[in-house]
Write a protein that binds this ligand. Sequence first.
Ligand code: HEC
Length: 161
Amino acid sequence: MSRRAFTGVMIALTAMTTVLVACQETQVPTAVPIKFEPTPAPVNTTGPGSTSGPQGTSASAPAVAPVVGDAKRGQALFSHHGCSACHKTDTTTLVGPGLGGIGALAGSRVAGLSAEAYIDQSIRVPDKFLVPTFANLMPATFKDMPAAEIADLFAYLNTLK
Ligand code: HEC
């Protein structure tokens, strides 16, 4: 091998080594651990049976997604379901207790039940806890009320003073 060719090979080897080292150096930044910050799934507004997402996951989505109630819809539901036939929206008694101030009261009615859980139970299973001095007169017909309607009613009841 001539000296010239040898020099050429050495230059080529040096260049390759430089490239390899350079490649290794550029790998270092990617070794920084990637932070995984999941964003919450979008609220499924169309409910089960929506075409978004693969089948099976859409059925379980409502259980995971937080249901945010709407007081305006809750007000409409309150008359639609006939709650107003038995409940006044101030603190006076009709057939059932007046629901004025129930938002502040609900969380302390039953030990271990949050305000929202108590309202949910009062609507779906009204005989599980009876408001003192009241009889079991609230119909059990609301036991299958959708969670979204309960949330709307809860939002509305919270506005009652
Ligand atoms: C036929 C009359 C009647 C109807 C209709 C009725 N309720 Fe009642 N409700 C009662 C009575 C009586 C009580 C008290 C006894 C008890 O705790 O179940 C009560 C209790 C409650 C309580 C607990 C109040 C408290 O002070 O802790 C809530 C909340 C409530 N009802 C919400 C509703 C909502 C919402 C509807 C409509 C979806 C409704 N009720 C429909 C009669 C009724």
